[in-house]
Design a protein around this ligand. Structure first.
Ligand code: C5P
Length: 230
């Protein structure tokens, strides 16, 4: 079926204040990256994962992730680039060169380490059903304001039409390759695909797929484990 997941994990993760790359920060004794990769494989849809690691930590990341691969699959680890988009592009190039028959590419954030495997399945299945780009989303609980550069409110978008975006984002392989070859810029991969004029459809995400960015998020993640949902 040819599903590959790319995991850009080459950031330094300074906002967590751990003095190590965020992907290697442990929650309940297990690094975020390991939890994220386990979730991808547990979906039953993914056999190959390509990790973009901090250049100085490639060997360590290889050691901790190699045992996670299922029979017939592999975890590939390479050095990431200067920006997240460079890391994704390098991982994509590696996947297309090294993994046979790639049809679907997921881009997943190691920081969303508790993403339930059902979300991964829903994204992959929607791409396989013919949607070139699929993202998991949740409704917005807060009212959101758009402000100008001085912080003065410009307007209040209709909350019922807003969504927060999670990962994995899923793409038909040719679509993601075209997006990365386009030279366009966006803060996420779906944003690149939107700019190509390709429709991006949504599936329902999950609150456990929260992004661990700050020490507060880390505390929430530890609490999720105690509560038994992780
Ligand atoms: O810093 P931010 O949270 O936006 O990073 C998002 C993801 O991109 C993180 O998982 C980080 O490790 C990854 N990243 C990367 N290569 C970089 C910078 C960030 O893979 N050069």
């Amino acid at each position: 079926m040819g599903v590959v997941a790319l995991v850009p994990a080459a950031g330094r993760g300074e906002r967590l204040g751990f003095g190590m790359p965020k992907a290697l920060v442990p929650v309940g004794g297990v690094p975020l990256l390991v939890r994220a990769i386990r979730g991808l494989f547990e979906s039953g849809r993914v056999r190959h994962v390509v990790v973009a690691a901090p250049p100085s930590d490639v060997d360590q990341v290889r050691t901790v992730t190699a045992p996670l691969a299922p029979a017939g699959g592999a975890v590939h680890v390479l050095a990431g680039g200067a920006e997240r988009s460079d890391s994704v592009r390098l991982a994509l190039e590696h996947a297309l060169a090294e993994v046979p028959d790639v049809r679907v590419v997921l881009v997943h954030d190691a920081a969303r380490a508790f993403t339930p495997p059902t979300v991964v399945r829903d994204v992959v299945d929607a791409v396989l059903a013919g949607h070139p780009a699929v993202i998991p989303v949740l409704p917005v609980a807060d009212t959101v304001k758009r402000v100008d550069t001085k912080g003065v409110v410009v307007d209040t978008p209709d909350r019922s039409l807003l969504r927060v975006v999670q990962t994995p984002q899923g793409f038909d392989a040719a679509t993601l390759r075209a997006a990365h070859e386009s030279g366009l810029h966006a803060t996420d991969d779906a944003g690149l695909v939107e700019r190509l004029g390709v429709p991006v459809v949504t599936v329902t995400g999950h609150q456990d797929a929260m992004k661990v960015t700050t020490p507060f998020d880390l505390a929430v993640a530890e609490a999720l484990l105690v509560g038994g949902t992780g």
